[in-house]
Design a protein around this ligand. Structure first.
Ligand code: GLC
Length: 552
């Protein structure tokens, strides 16, 4: 491993700023709130979570039609979240604790209130007209093509502008106009945005919808096909997107996107040890693997949404991991995750009759022991579940409020989300606190050795001390009972066996395929199992249990 490259072995914690910690009592989380909680994330001791980096969803000025993913100024901070000084303080305080800071870059689209779009929209002669994708109606008055917004409620991906008599493209809401990445000026402008934040000390970017920046310059119709999977356990979001009967041939993953990413990489390479992780929402591992480029020239990491969309079946996860490992070039490094702000929380998504939490523990062990950089979504470490949102509290256009409820810090009515001590100085949180917060919260779990938080802490700190887990090789063991996913992680100095039971019955470790007889239990998702020596033929893995074993 090259020196530096923290992003290859660190654990990255995803914060949705609106929902993490509210310092001023207005009911919305903010940057100062995050700064106040940094010791929880990592104070250098195993009593803290121990993450190595935070990734912040957007905190830029925004009309908040998509809660910040509609940016109206790429180089500022929305007053709701604080000021640029608050951001600088956050970076300084995070760095003082060895926590890197990754910010969201939203290059595919701006808010329709962004000055660039206001200018572009003002006339067909505007010098910024070609910064966005404008097109004429079809002869019959219809939109330029059949492309659809990723949000079903937004319908068509085109909105007609009366004043200038053309349509503009929006892959998401009409208030999120797509930039035209064929324009050299757009590329230069985004270089500037990146440099602005890199100069301020950020350690990297999460690139929003990285696969969408380039589209067919001829704007051809997508072919119509029947596809889609309404039973997708990750929630309806992506499933609905692909169920639209369109093969997204022309409106995403256009080859030019790789040129754009190479340009991003050159900008990043002008600084020390910075990185980009892409939201590459392509449910095709072959396409995904290409986003790493041909050797350190595109993304450093790409989120693997194929993994996130698997049903709770060991063979499903195993085959995705193995297939992807075979597709990636030797130097390309996977990013492991099971949740983000667009998807039903793990503890809810995989719940069948009350086993959601037990399964989430196995999921945590899987993400933190596979080869690749683990990403955690805030609250996952507590076992937070999807919140129930009464109809009059629904705010997201695409049903994603349940996974964005306030972080649960303590057992008080607002779960300790708002910091001001005086209750009369606190507005209600912007989304209701999820049910069960009086049990599922930091204060309660911190001192409970059986809690989800304790499991995460153990896994994360164990990982830090383990060469095999941080950068060792990976080999799955195919001939194990069907409810198990088992793999070996191996570095010159140590060999670990990870066994995950996805089933609801105990399973005896099979004699034969195993890598030897004597082992030592290092960690288990089951608090009842003690660390210590075990003979593998005697090992019985409990229902919904995951175990890390040290091999001789
Ligand atoms: C990404 C974000 C999502 C947002 C969309 C549009 O998919 O994760 O939250 O709505 O981009 O920016």
């Amino acid at each position: 491993m090259a020196a530096g490259e923290w992003w290859r072995h660190g654990v990255i914690y995803h914060i949705y700023p609106r929902s993490f910690s509210d310092s001023n009592g207005d009911g919305v989380g903010d940057l100062a709130g995050i700064t106040a909680r940094l010791d929880y994330l990592n104070d250098g001791t195993p009593s803290s979570l121990g993450v190595d980096a935070i990734w912040l969803s957007p905190f830029y000025p925004s009309p908040m039609k998509d809660f910040g993913y509609d940016v109206s100024d790429y180089t500022g901070v929305d007053a709701l979240f604080g000021t640029l000084e608050d951001f600088d303080t956050l970076v300084t305080e995070a760095h003082a604790r060895g926590i890197r800071v990754v910010v969201d870059l939203v290059p595919n689209h701006t808010s329709d209130r962004h000055p660039w779009f206001l200018e572009s929209r003002s006339s067909r002669q505007s010098p910024k007209r070609d910064w966005y994708v404008w097109a004429d109606s079809k002869p019959d008055g219809q939109p330029p093509n059949n492309w659809m917004s990723a949000f079903p409620r937004a319908g068509r991906a085109w909105t007609f502008d009366q004043r200038t008599g053309q349509w503009y493209l929006h892959s998401f809401l009409p208030e999120q106009a797509d930039l035209n990445w064929w324009s050299p000026a757009v590329r230069e402008a985004m270089d500037e945005v990146m440099r602005f934040w890199l100069d301020r000390g950020v350690d990297g970017f999460r690139v929003d919808v990285a696969h969408r920046m380039a589209k067919d310059p001829q704007l051809r119709d997508n072919p119509l096909v029947a596809m889609g999977d309404d039973d997708d356990p990750a929630g309806p979001w992506r499933a609905r997107r692909v169920a639209e009967m369109q093969l997204e041939l022309y409106d995403e993953d256009w080859p030019e996107v790789h040129q754009i990413l190479r340009r991003f990489r050159r900008t990043l390479d002008g600084y020390d040890d910075r990185m980009a992780v892409g939201e590459v929402y392509l449910l095709d591992l072959r396409k995904l693997a290409r986003y790493y480029g041909s050797g350190r020239d595109e993304l450093h990491l790409a989120h693997n949404f194929v993994f996130l969309h698997q049903p709770w079946k060991p063979e499903a996860f195993r085959s995705v991991v193995d297939e992807y490992a075979a597709l990636l070039l030797a130097d390309a490094w996977p990013a492991q995750f099971l949740g983000n702000h667009d998807h039903s929380r793990v503890a809810s998504r995989y719940d069948e009759g009350g086993n959601g939490l037990a399964r989430a523990r196995v999921g945590a062990m899987m993400v933190l022991t596979l080869r690749g950089t683990p990403f955690l979504y805030y609250g996952e470490e507590l076992g937070m579940v999807d919140g129930e949102i009464p109809p009059d509290r629904v705010v997201d256009v695409d049903g994603r409020d349940p996974e964005r409820t306030p972080m649960q810090w303590d057992a008080s009515p607002d779960a300790g989300f708002s910091l001001p001590g005086d209750a009369s100085a606190r507005a209600a949180p912007w989304l209701p606190v999820a049910a069960g917060a009086e049990r599922v919260n930091v204060v309660v779990e911190r001192d409970d050795p059986t809690s989800m938080l304790s499991l995460y802490r153990h896994l994360i700190w164990y990982r830090k001390g383990s060469a095999a887990l941080r950068w060792g090789g990976y080999r799955s063991l195919p001939e194990v009972p069907e409810s198990l996913y088992a793999f070996v992680r191996e570095a010159p100095e140590e060999r670990l066996l990870v066994v995950l039971n996805f089933g609801d019955a105990p399973v005896r470790w099979p004699a034969g395929p195993g890598p030897g007889d004597a082992a030592r239990v290092e960690l288990s998702t089951d608090p009842a199992r003690q660390p210590g020596p075990v003979a593998l033929p005697d090992l019985v893995i409990a229902a919904d249990e995951g175990v890390v074993l040290r091999l001789p």
